[in-house]
Design a binder for this molecule. Sequence first.
Ligand code: C2E
Ligand code: MG
Ligand code: MG
Ligand code: MG
Length: 283
Amino acid sequence: RAKHAGRNRIAFFEPSMQMQVEERLSLENELAHALGTSQLEMYLQPQFTMHGRPVGCEMLVRWTHPVRGILSPAAFIPVAEESDLICRLGEWTIREGCQTLLRLHTEERPMTVSVNVSPRQFHETEFVEMVGKILRETGAPASQLIFEVTEGLLIDRLDQTIARMDELVDMGIRFSIDDFGTGYSSLAYLRRLPLYELKIDRSFVRCTPDDQGGTAIVQSILSLAKNLNLKVVAEGVETPEQSRFLYSAGCDFLQGYLLAPPMPFKSWLQKLKAKEGMQAAAS
Ligand code: C2E
Ligand code: MG
Ligand code: MG
Ligand code: MG
């Protein structure tokens, strides 16, 4: 094989493969150390009703790496997912979500908090017990907690997945399907799941209102959701045109840079207070 491939190709190929493996391993090690330190931080991105009222926020993890700078979750969540780290990271994100719920409650600004839950984490043997333990320890209201899962979760072990979701729903937690439309979930599955909402993936939102195909997909998701009695969040809303289109198409909630970027809890609280101050001054 080596002969056929030629010396140069092999010489080029092998080090790069090795570097990828080493890179992944060192990122994994560094993440293991970063967990539990201030390098990892939760940002939150608010979600609004069509009339601009804040109703919830999604928790998005940020890693300020001492050498590499701020890393996007897209760069390290997949690495975490290939090891047990996702479970440690996931436990921390749920705990952070619960703490955020309590802080919002203390500030008398109750709203839902959405936490991303990866498939591997969800299928962990102790997952339900772990969630129950965090809820008991923090005293956070489960009724305000939303778990965002992807369609990938539904591909195998569907009966087990549904049973597990039911247990969590009994605890008061709601479920949302993230990046909806990008996976392979069959419509028949959707009906069987105890869901609260769908989040339209931003790749579709981005196409509205000018692109016919994208717009048609968004409209189909909205009518499907309406028929299944589910709420819909549009993610990645960036322009007033998209927002207007989503309003007229009957979307429930908006999330995106047009409204607010992900930010630390403190900044969000300041924004809320500033907005209320402006409203008070205007009335
Ligand atoms: P996601 O759950 O679909 O989160 C939405 C992503 O879109 C976030 O990227 C957010 O910053 C970004 N976004 C929000 N508004 C806009 C917009 O208007 N335009 C554009 N172009 N992007 C927007 P982020 O924070 O980089 O997170 C990427 C993904 O990483 C998330 O996608 C989620 O799947 C995953 N992730 C983030 N935090 C966690 C976590 O704590 N646990 C797990 N398991 N996954 C996480
Ligand atoms: Mg999400
Ligand atoms: Mg999403
Ligand atoms: Mg997405």
